[in-house]
Design a protein around this ligand. Sequence first.
Ligand code: HEM
Length: 404
Amino acid sequence: MDLGDINLFDPDAYVDELPHEQFAYLRKEAPVFRHEMADGNHFWCVTRHQDLITVNRDAASYSSWRKTALATIQTDDVLEQQRLMMLNMDPPEHSKLRKIVNKGFTPKMIRGLTDHLAEEARQIVAEAIEKGDVEFVEEVASELPLIAIAEFLGVPREDRKIIFDLSNRMIGSEDPDYQLDEGEAQLAGMEMFAYAQQLADDRRANPRDDIVSALLEAEVDGERLDELEFNLFFMLLAVAGNETTRNAISHGMLALLENPEQQQILRDDPSKLDAAIEEILRWGTPVMQFRRQTTKAVTIAGVDIDEDEPIVFWHISANRDETVFEDPYKFLVERSPNVHTNHVAFGGGGPHFCLGANLARAEMKVVFAELLKQGTWEQRAPARRLRSNFINGIKQLDVSLKPV
Ligand code: HEM
């Protein structure tokens, strides 16, 4: 391999397996690499763990606002819309908004939700076991994240499917199985927006003891979320919490199926589940990369980069960095607590660190606790992967579940 072989933005490079060889080569030979694209654009790729953390934590030098956190080329119109979401803001605007929404994500709120999620997980798994042969992604992994977000946002049970379909349509995809045109995604966004508006109006008129009411009432420095901010936050949550957690659960299942001795460790001692969840997150890294734009000339790992240059940092590569993780290509459920402090699946500890991290962990934990308790599992066919350089996705995983 040489640098001429590096081709990280081609979604086809992610269909059969992840291009780990390319990442390993870059970490060793060119950890900050100017990646030329076929269309004449370029991205600076940051692949080492330490460098990712440096960039992720320094929002003053690496902006999410200038060109958003997404590694795409966007028109000015789209840029302007995207910048209204917190993921694509910089301090101090970001800090202000984050302080307000943090009030909806208190440990008490999450605890209240997770007690309930355990019961939902029990039912999802029991139904799957009764069926026996299931397509795990659709029938198990995607269920709980959807329920969690819907409950979190106070979406009534009967409307869950609406939110699910809308968020799927909004994400769109480069995968031919889900190909949708841009207009379709925009329309779905507008419908989601209208739904959020309706929900907010209802809670303003009839406040309840739920998170939507808490978010609407939360005040920081005399300021509350305005209508637009609330609706956009609702949309961000509906998308950010669904596909990510679904893939984390699917990757965990696949890794445990492919490593039966690791699965046995958990069957023998379920108290090791917390550690295993962290290893699943490192192993699966559902969000493979995010983008920033330099606000001034910088030097990363000895490489000089000008102002207004695009940077992409790769969580998927940092989570296999051999200088941080021993045997990074081995799935080891007992790796933690080492991993717990180190993996960057939820970000590198900067201001945008995943707001839903503890909720996602709680969902993963209750699902795997039930899967281990209720059943034995067998894989029926090779998993099918999503065609994407952004989401590390499994779109099909056929398994047989039997009661223990
Ligand atoms: C395993 C599941 C998940 C993964 C791997 C994941 C990953 C991430 C990553 C990598 C970031 C960016 C961090 C950064 O740039 O520093 C992020 C941000 C975010 N995540 Fe998650 N996430 C997951 C689940 C969730 C859930 C369940 C929710 C909602 C309940 C959520 C809501 C958010 C939000 C709102 C942000 C933006 C925060 C900000 O801009 O300040 N995520 N997530």
